[in-house]
Design a binder for this molecule. Sequence first.
Ligand SMILES: [Zn+2]
Length: 362
Amino acid sequence: MLRLSLLGVRIVKAVTVVPGTPASIQLDDLPEPRTDDGMLLVQALALGVCGTDREIISGAYGWPPPGAERLILGHESLGRVVEAPPGSGFAKGDPVVGIVRRPDPVPCPSCAVGEWDMCRNGQYTERGIKSINGFGAERYRLEPDYAVKVDPSLGMLAVLLEPSTILAKAWDHIDRIGQRTRSWSPKTVLVTGAGPVGLLAALMGKQRGIEVHVLDLADTGPKPDLVRDLGGTYHARTLADDFAPDIIIECTGALPVLVDVMKRVGSDGIVCLTGVSNSGHPLPFDFGGFNRHAVLNNTVTFGSVNANRAHYEAGAAALAKADRQWLSRLITRRVPLARWQEAFERRPEDIKVILQFEPDAA
Ligand SMILES: [Zn+2]
């Protein structure tokens, strides 16, 4: 729908919040963004909703752009290019996903080489999260260097790219750490948590030809079948005591799970932590036992967050070769813009919820 302001500027609907203020979320009419926000003009198709969005909505996280009160929410994007200058590498109609994090302006040694996901001074910015407007608007702009083309045959499923990049990075770093021994040839991966992040971790493990195990609390709902249909083994709540996988990708941040996985990984094994825990809840933990296990078995436990351009490319490739039917089952609710509030509600059987700006073409 075309809406024009009195000055002839196109008006777009956008989901905004006042960071730090609970329940400030609303749907605003805003002028279409100007070219200084990026040379590509993009029509939004869908926006994925995740825990970070709900944290921002609750007032616990997020920063507005400098000089602004409100932040346009949303970082899991999918859009279609409406305007692209010649020579930009993009053309009208291209489906694109926007990169979330931008390098700090200093830049630190990591940002200087394009690895802004490894930023060392914390001065990076993030669209829809930290100091730059997000993708939760009918139209937004992207710089060509921060736009990633996706396989058109994915349709709306390409909205899963941003969460996929988190796992593309996790697997990239697992592969690199594994190279410390010439004999590295992992056979089994345990993924803890069967939310969108865990299921995408499992997908990429399967694509590597590794035996996949997924642990989650749910014993009903779509998760057990999604894991089995991937060819993996689903564990509801418990694992056998002697199960010692080569790789563990921890996607829950839940303390009892963390305590278990750090001592469970097998010899020469690697534990990748991707779930963010709440702090301030001390728990009895046998650090001596953890140390003995880590030293005597050469294990590595590392944390991983965010993604750089190479991980967007890798994530896009992983989605492109995935089974479309299986991917579509990860999106458990598709909410039209007219009912936008529902997209930010949490319901028991949700895996990934998306806000749709246009009806599904596929
Ligand atoms: Zn940096």
